[in-house]
Design a protein around this ligand. Structure first.
Ligand code: 5GP
Ligand code: ZN
Length: 137
């Protein structure tokens, strides 16, 4: 299945250019056109699906395995010191392309990428209340 208006479907179909670095039966990995760091790539399922909530479990697993492959490659071939994986689910969570994808972001000592929040201890009551709702209690 594909979405005729989706840029990542067009990349998968070879109708839009992309710099492909890895592929298998279910996934394609290509360079992000606006990289956060050197070697920033995106892993997508070949099948169109908007986001984490909708992706087929086998495609999700295949993307997971492909992200591990890419993470190993950026360490082995680009000399990355670490890797961040990022998936944005929903516009409020920064998603801009609505074809499921995972960012593989190589990390290098000394570069200025920062977390989008400031880690600080949370209110224990609030944490427990959210946990109860999550667990359906
Ligand atoms: P999101 O914001 O949805 O998590 O990530 C979308 C990513 O796709 C962005 O990092 C953006 O730079 C990248 N992107 C958008 N359009 C294109 C494109 O046409 N080609 C490639 N290679 N990357 C794209
Ligand atoms: Zn698509």
């Amino acid at each position: 299945m594909r979405d005729p208006d989706c840029i990542f479907c067009k990349i998968v179909a070879g109708e839009l250019p992309a710099t492909i670095v890895d592929e298998d039966e279910r996934t394609l990995s290509f360079m992000d056109i606006a990289p956060a760091t050197r070697g920033h790539a995106l892993v997508v399922p070949r099948e169109h699906t908007p986001d984490l909530l909708s992706i087929d479990a086998d495609d999700l697993a295949a993307v997971g395995v492909a992200t591990q492959r890419l993470a190993r490659l950026v360490k082995d071939r680009l000399g990355a010191d670490g890797v961040n994986l990022l998936n944005s689910c929903g516009a409020v969570a920064f998603q801009t392309v609505f074809h499921y994808h995972v960012h593989v972001i190589p990390r290098y000592e000394g570069e200025p990428v920062r977390l989008p929040w400031v880690p600080a201890p949370g209110d224990p009551g609030e944490i427990a209340a959210a946990a109860q709702e999550l667990a359906g209690k």
